[in-house]
Design a protein around this ligand. Structure first.
Ligand SMILES: [Zn+2]
Ligand SMILES: [Zn+2]
Length: 421
């Protein structure tokens, strides 16, 4: 137990973190040009927020939350998704009084779900997500989808498919739910246990059940798009027009519902078909009623979440060549105490000048130091002992070319600081 991380968690090892930096940089850069500001939110919230925001009949809330009572007797939940917390922040700080829309993003946000761990899906996982508050028009739906695609494409997934659906609003949803429930009742025997259980409280979820029998029932079920009110239908058509204009390939998939209660109108998923079974790399949608549901004014919202572990797994599957971190430019191998001081000083000066450099700090023999320097894969190794100190010139080996020269510490400093300019 002591040396095993809990099931469903994952360490990012020192040799892996550069891959995270790679996608984080892309996410930040794309958000910058789209004009999105970063937010950082707490890891836990009051449980009530998710009951109200996400919906207390959803699978997430009923089965998957990490909920506990803290020492003050409050019910606390580690956040299972990012949108409810962002909505809470928006209301708490009255951001609706500022210029709208508010375009926001977060990354490396830890999310927790108690579910069966699967590839790229952990009980503690991290998300990149955007949330836009105060933009009811479909132009923002298109913008958000295109932002997600820009991130995925730049990260190295060129083949992307967008699947779209509209699940209506509080005006047209009740009639649809009614029709769906009636249909499901008539086919109750063909549904799996979970669907039979949820068809009353959350009938939409039956549409995206992965069990074969349920898929067959869903195929012939009434679809949300056929029940949209005039405004919802117009919104959906207008979104399609924006995407067509921008040459974003999409298809309407009437089975996408997303699992959470807060979604209204647009829901979407972005898939990378090259990935096979686990091809969904991003999912999101509009939530025009959420701000009100958590105690704020009527303000429209839309966003998406992208699992960072899932994205990294996708890049690995696609053999995307992630640029390796910069190598150590110089390793200084000193022999003896006096040489160690001189080595330390040169390395300090190089570091202050922005050059990645290292020297011995465990008292290794020269042979062991050279072995270590080899493992580091550094560009140059300098050797300094009492002879070199006395003569003023150190031996410098170019680890790529193999040739050895002698240089004063000042010359080494010049060579490396000029190389990095
Ligand atoms: Zn509607
Ligand atoms: Zn089912």
């Amino acid at each position: 137990m002591l040396t095993t991380a809990p099931k469903g968690t994952k360490d990012v090892l020192p040799g892996e973190s550069y891959q995270w930096h790679y996608i984080e940089n892309i996410m930040r850069e794309v958000c910058r040009v789209y004009g999105y500001d970063e937010i950082r939110l707490p890891t836990f919230e009051h449980t009530e927020l998710f009951l109200r925001g996400v919906g207390d009949t959803t699978d997430v809330v009923q089965k998957e939350m990490y909920t506990f009572e803290d020492k003050g007797g409050r019910s606390i939940t580690l956040k299972p998704e990012g949108t409810a917390g962002a909505a809470r922040m928006f209301v708490e700080h009255a951001l609706y009084n500022e210029a709208l829309p508010k375009r926001l993003y977060y990354l490396n946000s830890a999310h927790f779900r108690y579910e069966r761990p699967q590839a790229g899906r952990y009980r503690e996982h991290h998300q990149f997500g955007v949330e836009v508050f105060g933009a009811p028009q479909s132009a923002i739906d298109a913008e958000v989808i295109m932002l997600a695609m820009a991130v995925l494409r730049r990260a190295g997934l060129p083949n992307l498919e967008v699947e779209l659906n509209s699940i209506g609003c509080s005006k047209c949803r009740p009639a649809y739910s009614q029709a769906l429930k009636e249909y499901l009742h008539a086919h109750e025997d063909e549904l799996c246990g979970t669907c039979r259980e949820r068809m009353e409280r959350n009938p939409l979820r039956v549409l995206d059940c992965k069990v074969e029998g349920c898929k067959a029932v869903a195929a012939a079920a009434p679809k949300p798009v056929d029940y949209l009110c005039q405004e919802c239908a117009a919104h959906f058509e207008s979104l399609k027009a924006y995407l067509q204009m921008e040459n974003v390939k999409f298809r309407v998939n009437p089975f996408i519902v997303r699992g959470l209660d807060y979604y209204t109108r647009t829901v979407f998923e972005i898939l990378s078909p090259d990935l096979g079974a686990q091809s969904t790399v991003c999912g999101g949608g509009r939530y025009d009623g959420l701000i009100e549901a958590v105690g704020g004014p009527q303000v429209a919202g839309i966003g998406f979440g992208m699992g960072m572990e899932r994205l990294l797994l996708a890049l690995e599957k696609m053999n995307v060549d992630i640029p390796k971190p910069e190598r150590v430019q110089l390793y200084v191998a000193p022999m003896g105490e006096e040489a160690s001081l001189a080595a330390f000083d040169l390395v300090s000066r190089l570091r202050q000048a922005g050059v990645k450099a290292e020297t011995d700090c465990v008292g290794r023999s020269l042979k062991a130091q050279l072995k270590y320097a080899n493992k580091l894969d550094c560009a140059f190794v300098a050797v300094v002992g009492s002879d070199e100190l006395a003569g003023g010139a150190w031996r410098v080996r170019d680890m790529m070319g193999g040739e050895e020269t002698t240089r004063t510490p000042e010359e080494i400093f010049q060579m490396l600081t000029e190389a990095t300019k």
